[in-house]
Design a protein around this ligand. Structure first.
Ligand SMILES: Cc1cc2nc3c(=O)[nH]c(=O)nc-3n(C[C@H](O)[C@H](O)[C@H](O)COP(=O)(O)O)c2cc1C
Length: 340
């Protein structure tokens, strides 16, 4: 298979058959989803979110009991429980740690590496990619602004040219708007060692998100997954890409309230940002767990317009691999034709 050849480096890095990561999704990525992805040859990531540290540790244990596949954990540096999560993970013997949220400290990256895990960092801008490599990241995920959840400011197309085509010190995975084997194949020919997807994996049977949450994904078009605006530089918020609903309007109201409080010195900047994170964690829980698709947060990437069927994880993986391999064969034929 052509695709397996192109995937060798990423597969070796992650210790799995296919370097297709199911990106961690708070309230979504649990032991069941991670195990299913691993069983199908991919690489799952457990989401730390802001869960109580005991619950997070128990989920790691549960994942280990469900299979012996390697998997990773995702830590959100801006989550109120972050420090406890980090300390627990240092002693948990996990294979891979992905830092998300803000920029992890060099000391924290070093601690995780010393504990025996590989460190993957997000790079949402060119400057961040270089910083993360300098600080010791073992690999990067270039995530374009097409992605679901908290997003950076730059599209994947530009990040590929700024980072993937220039940095060869560490393996690079790509994310944001990828949902087909065809796209995956093209990313690999450009030099990516693997991909990360979120939106596509929400649409799986093994994903325990409420059926109403998945129903919204089935209905939505790419243009429905919009990024939240930042109103004022005094309250720097990380934009979130989600399907527009009452919840997105509520966030706009919260931002204005917080800006007014900041202006009146009734709240500090850090506390205001903490309130923002608390809002998202709660709103996402309401949508994913309770099925409140009106007021909850329907975090989704623009790839929502590419998926309308709920499949098994094995079915998704098989489709991705077959399509990617066919695409590579087509590319090879096209190149051979040119040479004639
Ligand atoms: C519902 C949802 C929740 C997410 N939560 C997290 C998270 O907790 N940590 C994280 O690093 N990324 C999170 N993400 C981003 C995904 O891990 C992944 O990088 C992203 O979905 C890739 O883009 P795609 O949606 O276009 O496939 C989330 C995405 C979604 C859709």
């Amino acid at each position: 298979m052509y695709i397996e050849k192109l995937m060798e480096k990423g597969a070796q890095f992650l210790g799995c058959k296919y370097p297709i990561m199911c990106g961690a999704m708070t309230w979504v990525s649990d032991a069941r989803l991670v195990t299913a992805v691993g069983n199908a040859g991919g690489f799952g990531l457990l989401a730390g979110g802001n869960s109580p540290v005991d619950a997070f540790e128990a989920e790691i244990q549960k994942t280990r009991e469900m299979s012996s596949n390697p998997f990773g954990v995702n830590l959100i540096t801006v989550a109120p429980n972050y420090k406890e999560h980090l300390n627990m993970v240092l002693n948990a013997g996990v294979e891979v740690v992905v830092f998300a949220g803000s920029i992890p400290k060099a000391k924290e990256i070093a601690q995780v590496k010393k504990a025996g895990a590989k460190v993957i960092c997000f790079a949402a801008t060119e400057a961040l990619a270089y910083k993360m490599v300098t600080q010791g990241a073992d690999a990067l995920v270039l995530e374009g602004s097409e992605a679901g959840g908290h997003i950076g400011p730059v599209s994947l197309t530009v990040l590929l040219q700024q980072i993937l085509f220039k940095i060869d010190k560490v393996p690079i995975f790509v994310a944001g708007g990828i949902a087909t084997g065809r796209m995956m194949a093209h990313m690999m020919t450009m030099g990516a060692v693997g991909v990360q997807m979120g939106t596509r994996f929400v649409m799986s049977r093994e994903c325990t998100a409420h059926y109403k949450f998945k129903e919204q994904f089935i209905r939505a078009k790419a243009r429905d997954a919009i990024a939240t605006p930042a109103f004022d530089s005094r309250l720097p918020v990380i934009p979130v890409r989600a399907l527009k609903n009452e919840g997105t309007n509520e966030f706009a109201k919260l931002q204005l309230e917080l800006i007014n409080k900041l202006e009146a010195n009734q709240i500090g900047r850090d506390d205001a940002q903490y309130e923002v994170e608390r809002f998202w964690m709660g709103a996402l829980r309401r949508a994913v767990i309770d099925g409140d698709v009106v007021g909850g947060s329907l975090m989704a990437g623009q790839a929502v317009g590419l998926v309308d069927e709920i499949m098994t994880i094995q079915g998704i993986m098989d489709e991705l691999i077959t399509e990617a391999d066919q695409t590579l064969a087509e590319i090879k034929d096209r190149l051979c034709d040119c040479g004639k």
